[in-house]
Write a protein that binds this ligand. Structure first.
Ligand code: PYC
Length: 312
């Protein structure tokens, strides 16, 4: 029987399961190389941790690894029900609160290594974390995709640690009451982008679709709905999605460095964000809170036909 120790948390409603012991040995090399080894040799482990029957489509996994950069407190590889992420904003906030829960960090400034770069962290010692994300940018503005059954949809392509297609949806109600319609609309966009070969830089697949519109709360500046790669919607305002949005706002001259942007999610949770400029580069700063929800030991029983999860 294999035993895997995990800590579960949620950030603004979106869950993260951090593997703290019992994970596969991913060897040495950069985090990007180790993520590739994870994908090639240990993909069943990913399914065992986040897919049913132990997990669910919405769960994001975080595998702690030794960092290559000695300045970093840890390395982390994020994964979900269908594969692997570059960065994960809500997941990073969850990992930080988890590291504190384990007594590995206290309030202060830290660095965390991910497959797409080093991110900065400011932790308040309780539940609040501010991330300094990887540089984010808009790759293309006003791109038209022909969506079967819907027609032309125009959006921006932006990088925030993952690739996003951002669509203005002022006429849609971004609320839980309309989840079926929001899921259907964004999933059709995702498929159409793939079929029409519309990608991010270097042909990268755009695997997150973000609708944005006016806020509900007086405490927010915008609301979003984000469809994640495995068809689950993000309960949080999505850290990498907020970063992509910030990059677009800066590119359009609608947000200045240091100005506050409060991003509301489809469930009403909020990240507070701003940007810093490093020359031409937009560095998003995203602040949110996470709470530990469980300490658990997962059991992988060799007699169980679904010990490694239900394949998707
Ligand atoms: O917060 O960056 C994020 C994220 C990506 C996918 C789910 N959450």
């Amino acid at each position: 029987m294999d035993r895997i120790r995990v800590i579960d948390s949620h950030t603004a409603g979106e869950p993260t399961r951090t593997v703290i012991a019992g994970g596969p040995d991913l060897g040495t090399g950069t985090l990007a190389q180790r993520r590739e080894r994870f994908r090639q040799d240990f993909d069943a482990f990913r399914r065992a941790i986040v897919c049913e029957p132990r997990g669910s489509d919405v769960l994001v996994g975080a595998m702690l690894c030794p960092p290559t950069d000695p300045r970093c407190v840890a390395g982390v590889i994020f994964f979900n029900n269908v594969g692997y992420l570059g960065m994960c904003g809500h997941g990073t906030i969850g990992v930080v609160v988890t590291l504190a829960h384990l007594g590995r960090i206290t309030a202060g400034h830290y660095l965390l290594e991910t497959p797409v770069g080093v991110v900065g962290i400011d932790y308040d010692g309780a539940n609040s974390v501010r991330i300094e994300n990887v540089p984010s940018y808009r790759w293309a503005k006003d791109v038209t995709v022909q969506v079967p059954g819907i027609g032309p949809v125009i959006g921006d392509i932006a990088w925030g640690g993952n690739w996003f297609f951002l669509v203005s949806a002022d006429a849609m109600d971004l609320s839980l009451a309309h989840l079926d319609a929001l899921n259907d609309f964004t999933w059709r966009i995702r498929q159409a982008l793939r079929e029409q070969g519309i990608t991010g830089a270097d042909g990268a697949e755009i695997d997150h679709i973000e609708l944005f519109g006016p806020p509900r709360s007086a405490q927010a500046d915008g609301r979003n709905f984000v469809l994640c790669p495995g068809k689950a919607y993000d309960r949080s305002p999505c850290g990498t999605g907020t970063s992509a949005k910030l990059a677009c706002l800066v590119a359009d001259g609608k947000l200045r460095p240091g100005e506050l942007w409060r991003q509301e999610s489809v469930i009403g949770s909020i990240f507070r964000a701003t940007v810093r400029l490093e020359g031409e580069r937009v560095i998003p700063l995203i602040e949110g809170s996470a709470y530990v929800t469980a300490e658990a030991t997962l059991l992988l029983d060799p007699r169980d036909p679904f010990q490694m999860g239900i394949p998707q």
